[in-house]
Design a protein around this ligand. Structure first.
Ligand code: F0G
Length: 464
């Protein structure tokens, strides 16, 4: 009997499947699947601070460079020789005193988990190590995803680096930042620009994969989320296994928040941590499905009895009004998050909250993050923008220990950053007014100067 299995998340169904099956959903009831383990048979220490070190690999093995497989004992669904790695997860928990002052907490109370350091520049590499390993386990030869750009960059990088699979990616035409598109093209992924947005591309890729027997690596794939759990282990390791009060992350397709919740309550349920940090998921105000469903419609996990009628009537309303997600934080421009129910479960377990940040708040927060020497893309800054709002509302205390996740690297999507810092406000309004961006009060303005020694020296002397 394998130590791992797949199980339907709907407690009323709870059907179980072998890990060697490739199932995008529960064949019996259509809900998402989890990966679960026979925890009694797992090789776990009795203290959390020994995690990660236990899994020391012989030098040269993928665990020696992988911040995912270093914690392989907490996701033991594949034998060691099937694990795939491109050196993902070597990321850092960084102090951020300036951003902390902006957020309104003590200077040592905010840490930023910088997932932009992953090989393809975003947190997606954590999960892709999991999904690729499962694809390798089941002998897949072609893998596909829909993407706002980071999942596709990661899939393309894993496919070309490992040589194990061909990658096919589905992008909403015009809905991807150039940095991300350049990665997919350069790594040689077959790139389909689907007329539509991410939600359309996501619907099509699921149909195509079912029809053509192609391996789907979007985060409906539960093995993706196993890899993404490791971000939490690295956060706790970065704190010397002190527990934070809050984890704050952006919400798009809701894979990260679901995986973070699972990582934490598994540690808690198996006695490795003493309390569960609270979870805050931040939607862009231009893609607010989770926030609207939770805060306005009262949708809850409710012990697994999610009210499906509330979700379908919300989506029917979007269709009737022709309402599409629209935000400068293009990575989270998603209105139909596939992991909605898993995220609701994580929120219930972790006493979580959901909120919206405007694109203006996101860009302002991003400028402060950069003052701490960390460059992130707009979607990532939603976490810091959200933390600030929660402090203002008195939900997060000023002396709480808060971890905000920076999901992707600055160079992924530099367009809005350059506009924020360099455009005059009337041009900013003209170009970005539709996203509600009207000012750039934290801009670091470039200085045009004549090609003359005197002018350049005058400009430099004018710097305060
Ligand atoms: N931040 C970045 C930089 C992302 O690329 C994404 C998702 C998110 C946050 C949201 O994370 O989906 O786990 O809630 N990007 C996906 C993609 C959708 O296709 O790259 P989530």
């Amino acid at each position: 009997m394998s130590i791992a299995l797949q199980r339907c998340i709907n407690p009323g169904c709870a059907a179980e499947y072998d890990v060697l099956q490739t199932l995008p959903k529960c064949p019996k009831c259509g809900n998402l699947l989890d990966v679960d383990y026979d925890w009694d048979r797992m090789r776990l220490p009795d203290r959390a601070d020994r995690l990660g070190r236990l899994a020391a690999w012989p030098s040269g093995g993928p665990g020696s460079v992988s911040g995912v497989w270093r914690f392989g004992d907490l996701l033991p669904f594949a034998p060691a020789d099937k694990r795939v790695s491109i050196g993902e997860g070597r990321t850092q928990l960084r102090p951020s005193p300036r951003t902390a002052s902006y957020v309104g907490v003590g200077s040592d109370c905010l840490r930023l988990q910088y997932e932009g350091l992953n090989p393809s520049g975003s947190f997606k590499d954590n999960g892709m190590a999991g999904a690729f390993t499962h694809a390798n386990l089941v002998g897949a030869r072609v893998a596909a995803c829909a993407s706002t750009g980071n999942t596709s960059a990661s899939l393309a990088a894993f496919a070309s680096a490992s040589g194990l699979m061909r990658a096919i990616i589905f992008i909403g035409d015009g809905k991807i930042a150039y940095g991300k598109l350049s990665q997919a093209l350069d790594y040689g992924a077959a790139t389909l620009l689907v007329k539509g947005d991410f939600d359309d591309a996501m619907a099509r890729v699921q149909e195509v994969c079912a029809e053509e027997g192609i391996y789907l690596v979007n985060s409906v794939n539960p093995f993706r989320l196993e890899g993404q759990k490791t971000t939490m282990y690295r956060v706790l390791e970065g704190l010397d296994w002190r527990l934070p009060d809050w984890i704050v992350c952006p919400g798009g397709n809701l894979g990260n928040s679901s995986a973070f919740g699972k990582a934490l309550y598994e540690l808690y349920d198996h006695g490795l941590i003493a309390k569960l940090p609270r979870l805050a998921v931040v939607n862009s105000a231009g893609a607010p499905t989770l926030s609207r469903l939770v805060n306005q419609k009262g949708l809850k996990w409710n012990g697994g009895r999610v009210d499906d009628a509330v979700i379908s009537s919300y989506y029917a309303g979007l269709d009737a009004r022709g309402e599409k997600a629209r935000t400068l934080a293009s990575a989270i421009e998603i209105n139909r998050p596939v992991n909605l129910k898993k995220c609701l479960r994580a929120l219930e377990r972790a006493n979580g909250v959901v909120l919206e940040a405007t694109d203006q708040e996101i860009l302002d927060a991003k400028a402060w993050i950069a003052r701490d020497g960390l460059g992130c893309e707009p979607a990532s800054a939603a976490s810091v923008a959200g933390a600030k709002i929660l402090v203002e509302r008195g939900v997060i205390d000023k002396d709480s220990l808060v971890i905000a996740i920076l999901t992707g690297h600055q160079l992924k999507d530099p367009h809005a950053t350059v506009a924020y810092h360099s455009y005059a406000e009337d041009k900013l309004r003209a170009d970005y007014g539709e996203f509600g961006v009207a000012s750039s009060r934290f801009a670091n303005r470039p200085m045009p100067v004549a090609n003359s020694l005197g002018d350049i020296i005058d400009a430099i002397r004018g710097i305060s």
